[in-house]
Design a protein around this ligand. Structure first.
Ligand code: ZN
Length: 300
């Protein structure tokens, strides 16, 4: 299988042209191909480079493991998955309801629509963006949601949304700066943007190093630290108002990382690593496996 690749010449955060090799790692999840993570020598931003083009990356998402697209699976694992999904949805909603009043929401990367449906049931006016056809059809058929393709984002009028959410999505977006510029336009001045991103400075990331499952090359194009998110926010006239921990992710990520390591009894260690990762994150300085960033337009 031959995949088209492209090379990024400039750091997407600070525009510096001096990008140096940081890690060589494998796509353990699917292709087993090797990829390079480069680091900007000026600002430290890490990106997968070279990377598959927007067209060719589609083949790196083709896997039967995408349980999130199916609701029909049975058994203990599926029940645990549904429980985790419910905990996830209610914890996401509790962050939203603490920070903003009901209005109009856009979920970019809405997948099967479970999150949008949850918001809709809380009286939000909702719509979604999802490139995957099976997932967006599922959302339309099961929850009667309006889901559009990515190209729709540039067609929204300025100041269209009170809330825009991207749950583990920005790390997949090829044209990062263009997407953030679009968000600057379509969010209302009083609105709020939520970004959930893997945290390469977490305890589990430092523990698993190149086997850390949330590097997830080549699907994850960027590996954002808190500092990177602050810089990008500033560049696009946002302020980072709050950062929340995302505690469940450490368990899933550690379990996958142990699988990639191929060690016996990995699930026990994964559980301990995930506990430690959460324990080492304080409310003053959240540093869990993934983090939730609350961004607001900077109106100063
Ligand atoms: Zn840079």
């Amino acid at each position: 299988m031959e995949h088209m690749k492209e090379i990024i010449e400039k750091c997407p955060v600070c525009e510096d042209e001096n990008l140096l090799e940081h890690y060589q790692l494998k796509d353990y999840f699917l292709s087993q191909e090797k990829f390079t993570i480069q680091k900007c020598s000026a600002c430290g931003f890490k990106l997968t480079n070279p990377r598959p083009t927007k067209e060719s990356i589609v083949s790196y998402y083709k896997s039967e493991d995408y349980i999130s697209h199916s609701n029909k699976s049975k058994g203990l694992f599926a029940s645990l998955y549904k429980l985790a999904r419910y905990i996830n949805l209610s914890s996401k909603y509790s962050i939203i309801s603490k920070n903003i009043n009901i209005g109009k929401a856009l979920d970019i990367g809405s997948g099967t629509g479970h999150f949008l449906n949850y918001l809709k049931n809380k009286q939000w006016e909702v719509q979604g963006i999802e490139p995957d056809k099976d997932a967006s059809n599922f959302a339309r058929e099961n929850f009667n949601l309006q889901i559009d393709a990515e190209s729709k984002i540039s067609e929204f009028k300025d100041d269209s949304f009170d809330l825009i959410t991207m749950w583990h999505v920005l790390e997949h977006v090829h044209d990062l700066n263009r997407r953030l510029t679009e968000l600057e336009h379509i969010i209302k001045p009083e609105g709020m943007i939520i970004l959930a991103l893997p945290n390469p400075e977490s305890y589990d990331a430092n523990y698993y190093v190149k086997y850390w499952a949330a590097y997830d090359v080549p699907r994850h194009l960027y590996h954002f630290t808190k500092k990177d998110v602050l810089s990008l926010a500033k560049k696009h006239n946002f302020i980072v108002e709050k950062i929340y921990p995302m505690r469940l992710d450490a368990f899933y990520v550690s379990l996958l990382s142990e699988k990639y390591l191929g060690k016996k009894y990995g699930f026990i260690r994964a559980f301990l690593v995930a506990l430690r990762s959460n324990f080492k994150s304080s409310s003053k300085n959240p540093n869990t496996s993934s983090l939730i960033y609350i961004l607001r337009p900077n109106r100063a």
